[in-house]
Design a protein around this ligand. Structure first.
Ligand SMILES: Nc1ncnc2c1ncn2[C@@H]1O[C@H](COP(=O)(O)OP(=O)(O)OP(=O)(O)O)[C@@H](O)[C@H]1O
Ligand SMILES: O=c1[nH]c(=O)c2[nH+]cn([C@@H]3O[C@H](COP(=O)(O)O)[C@@H](O)[C@H]3O)c2[nH]1
Ligand SMILES: NC(=O)CC[C@H](N)C(=O)O
Ligand SMILES: [Mg+2]
Length: 511
């Protein structure tokens, strides 16, 4: 069965996948396509039930700014323009867009016209999230303004007769109050969707696509035992069964006992599972390396080399599969976005890779969607709800040079922290928590003697999508218990600090 389709047309905005994600939250299937492919003819061929234009960095009146054919507005398909998309709708249909005297950025008080379908059932005044310098100065014929702010006369507009709607603010961002409800109104009240899409459909579609792509070829999946690659393993196993081999690389930078635990868990699955013990290989390549991006690149490359070596043992393997998810892609600098850090599986990949194609069935999903999909596929709760653990492992939690001794110290300290968080039943409330071995030593006193040992940092964060995060308010009693256990049981650590920065300005990991 084919699902109702909404096309999201990409004009280069920052929140495009977030729009897609909100549409999925409303149980509607959608696809994001670049504006260059969005001709009226192409759109018509796909029979979408609605169209959404995203924001974008350009100004519509500039030479060479992204455009859309005028015919797109007369196909009889409802259109919602967001930010740049709103300005483009106004511009193409004969309105005027100008540079504003006061640019609006951030939370903005906004007033809505209640009889616009987008705002039906919602308060007439609310906070919206704005991010623009241009504004709609004159409406196109047949349109009316349906919302305004102190500085922006057209914060939204519509031409209900033609099912054309636009918003200057970003409804997809959580800072916009009722933003998702407005998108839902567009989908249900304007486009008339029935809401026929579920995570089950996503799984089905992904499985079919993998089958078509792979044919009778072989696939090697990089399996870490983490949430993302476990969900990918379940999908791939359903899609291609015994053509799949899962490779778990124990690079010696896993958490305490983790290598054995992953092996025990996946040996029970009905899949080809291989554990590669590559401790020596990784540690020797990392010896003497201090710089975070360099560590990441080395690990990214070494992972691939291990996979290539394993592939040779299986015979001809054309496909490498990974559990990459959307935040990995964005932070590694997708498209025009800035590189924050090179996730080993994206920006850390070497230039030459000995596989024909890379399969990443979760590449457009956010973490909480991956979890929902895992549950849908019948994965055990402990797998679905595991806290994430980065591919480079403890390498990016040991600041400065990595040595086997430091790895052992950090493993022991981190184990105690995790054990106490679990004992306090906070392991689902704190979304990621771990220890970091700083490269700093300081003076302490133990048993009346001077010590000069490492400072350990504890990090705990709460977040939904791992793109932004707040530090977790861990109870002092728990911190105290963890602190005294680590000092008493681990050795080489004489001082413990708790990281109280959010993301941004910090990131979750320290490197
Ligand atoms: N030790 C490993 N062995 C094999 N593949 C790995 C390993 N670590 C990471 N990978 C690959 O890199 C991808 C990205 O790692 P990442 O940590 O983001 O995801 P994950 O481990 O699957 O899930 P989680 O975010 O829950 O840790 C994984 O999905 C997997 O394909
Ligand atoms: O597989 C991964 N490979 C990487 O190179 C990597 N770097 C960060 N992370 C994880 O991503 C989330 C966001 O982390 P940051 O705030 O530190 O960027 C957090 O959950 C991090 O643990 C990684 N995962
Ligand atoms: N976020 C956007 O889409 C911005 C649109 C346009 N570049 C402006 O500044 O107004
Ligand atoms: Mg992981």
């Amino acid at each position: 069965m084919k699902n109702e389709l909404v096309l999201v047309i990409d004009f280069g905005g920052q929140y495009n996948q977030l729009i897609a994600r909100r549409v999925r939250e409303c149980h509607v299937y959608c696809e994001v396509i670049p504006y260059t492919q969005a001709t009226a003819a192409e759109i018509q061929k796909r029979h979408p039930i609605g169209i959404i234009f995203t924001g974008g960095p350009n100004s519509v009146y500039e030479e060479g700014a992204p455009k859309i054919e005028r015919e797109v507005f007369s196909l009889g398909i409802p259109v919602l323009g967001i930010c740049y998309g709103a300005q483009l709708m106004a511009h193409v249909l004969g309105g005027t867009v100008k540079t504003a005297e006061t640019r609006e950025y951030g939370k903005t008080n906004t007033f809505f016209t209640p009889d616009c379908k987008l705002f039906s059932g919602l308060p007439q005044e609310a906070i919206t999230w704005m991010s623009h310098t241009d504004y709609i100065a004159a409406l196109p014929e047949g349109f009316r303004s349906t919302a305004h702010t102190a500085d922006c006369p057209v914060a939204a507009m519509d031409c209900a007769e033609k099912n054309l709607y636009a918003m200057q603010y970003h409804p997809e961002v959580l800072h916009t109050e009722n933003g998702t409800a407005m998108l839902k109104n567009f989908l249900y009240e304007v486009c008339g969707v029935s809401g026929d899409w579920t995570m089950g459909n996503y799984a089905q579609r992904a499985i079919e696509e993998i089958r078509t792509r792979v044919g009778d070829g072989k696939v090697l999946l990089a399996l870490s035992g983490g949430v993302d690659s476990s969900v990918a393993a379940a999908l791939l196993a359903k899609a291609v069964g015994s053509q799949l081999t899962c490779i778990f690389v124990d690079h010696g930078l896993m958490r305490k006992n983790e290598g054995d635990e992953v092996e025990a868990a996946f040996s029970k699955w009905d899949i080809n599972f291989v554990r590669v013990n590559a401790q020596e290989r990784f540690l020797s390549r990392l010896a003497g390396v201090n710089e975070p991006e360099k560590k990441r690149k080395i690990i990214g490359e070494e992972f691939i080399r291990v996979f290539e070596d394993e592939a040779k043992k299986i015979g001809r393997v054309d496909f490498l599969a990974q559990g990459t998810i959307y935040p990995d892609v964005i932070e590694s600098g997708a498209g025009d976005a800035a590189v924050i850090k090179s996730h080993h599986n994206v920006g850390g990949l070497p230039d030459y890779v000995d596989f024909k194609e890379i399969i990443e069935p979760l590449r457009l999903l956010f973490k909480d969607e991956v979890r929902a999909l895992g549950t849908e596929l019948g994965l055990a709760d402990y797998l679905v709800w595991r806290q994430p653990f980065p591919g480079p492992g403890l390498a990016i939690r040991i600041l400065g040079e990595i040595t086997a001794e430091k790895v052992a110290i950090l493993q022991d300290a981190d184990y105690i922290f995790r054990e106490e968080v679990a004992n306090a039943h906070l392991d689902r409330d704190i979304h990621q928590y771990f220890a970091v071995l700083t490269n700093m030593r300081s003076v302490g006193v133990m048993g009346d003697e001077r010590t000069y040992d490492y400072t350990l940092a504890l990090r705990g964060v709460t977040t939904t999508d791992f793109m932004t995060a707040d530090f977790a308010r861990i109870p002092y009693d728990l911190l105290q218990k963890v602190s005294s256990r680590i000092i008493n049981e681990v050795g080489s650590i004489n001082r413990i600090v708790y990281d109280i920065t959010s993301k941004p300005p910090a990131t979750i990991e320290w490197e």
